[in-house]
Design a protein around this ligand. Structure first.
Ligand SMILES: C[S@@+](CC[C@H](N)C(=O)[O-])C[C@H]1O[C@@H](n2cnc3c(N)ncnc32)[C@H](O)[C@@H]1O
Length: 275
């Protein structure tokens, strides 16, 4: 990842960290990860882009004291929330600040093992510039037969993120997520296969949330979006009016012909193993 991109992700999540757990979608998805992972007592888990520890702390409660959980994230704000929760619950999880796309020089495989039993990467793959390179490396951190679970949001799951990604080039901005790459479940399957993993299951989740947008809401949606850390670059004075017009135009196009867009927040999830 380029330093600029990492800095952008870091500051985006540092700013969001204290409110992050208020988003029910992430809380529910983390709960589902624990089911999909089918963890057993004593297993070792590496949770990549662990954020506030929703998956990592849940995993520790299943693998127990004989298990071992490591969470890695680039945002110190998110990690601090995770560490505070771990301390409050008296839970031992190792939370490390590192770029998950490059672990070179970091020795994290549990001592005396051939790798982690399970690696999870929840709600973060779309933030990586080169996910294939990252997955090939993560595979080396798994033990033979180890399980890997990740997801990407379905192509229509987040209208606002998609619109900002689409208009970014027109206002000479960039976004630190890859909306275009993830247009189908097949793209996720192909990535996992190319990384040398064996797909056990790939599926689309039920909807975690439904949001209804109306054409008339567009100006207000833009104004509310650009005060958030994720989209604040589009609120810079130099480009704000152009970005606003482009944003409103996109919403209007999406909302045709009925004047409304219903967004379903779903994910494509893959569960794979090391052959
Ligand atoms: C949407 S949050 C997901 C957090 C957590 N996995 C969850 O499900 O709640 C995305 C996380 O990915 C982290 N992240 C993004 N790119 C990263 C990278 N290259 N290295 C480490 N963490 C990264 C962000 O800091 C953020 O905490």
């Amino acid at each position: 990842m380029t330093q600029r991109r990492l800095d952008s992700v870091r500051s985006m999540y540092d700013e969001r960290s204290d409110q992050y757990d208020e988003n029910e979608v992430h809380v529910k998805q983390a709960r589902d990860y624990l089911q999909w992972a089918q963890l057993k007592e004593g297993e070792s888990v590496l949770d990549l882009a662990c954020g506030t520890g929703l998956v990592a702390l849940g995993a520790k409660s299943v693998v127990g004291p004989s298990g071992h959980v490591v969470g890695v994230d680039i945002s110190e704000g998110m990690l601090n929330v995770a560490r505070r929760k771990a301390e409050a619950d008296g839970v031992e999880v190792l939370f490390l600040n590192h770029d998950i796309s490059d672990f070179s020089g970091l020795d994290i495989i549990p001592k005396g093992s051939r790798g982690f039993d399970v690696i999870t990467c929840a709600a973060a793959l779309i933030l990586l510039q080169n996910p294939l390179q990252a997955l090939r490396h993560w595979k080396t951190l798994l033990c033979p037969g180890g399980r890997f679970i990740t997801d990407v949001q379905t192509k229509d799951a987040n209208l606002i993120m998609n619109i900002f990604a689409a208009i970014a080039p027109e206002v000479e901005e960039s976004v630190p997520w890859e909306a275009q790459r993830w247009q189908s479940q097949d793209a996720l399957e192909q990535l996992v296969v190319d990384a040398g993993l064996v797909v056990q299951k790939i599926f689309e989740t039920d909807s975690y949330a439904t949001t209804r947008y109306e054409r008339a809401m567009a100006p207000d949606l833009f104004d509310r979006a650009v005060v958030k850390s994720m989209f604040k670059n589009f609120g810079r004075e130099a480009i704000r009016e152009k970005a606003r017009a482009l944003f409103i135009d996109r919403i209007e196009r999406f909302a045709r012909p009925s004047g409304t867009v219903n967004e379903e927040c779903r994910y494509w999830v893959v569960i794979a193993t090391v052959p």
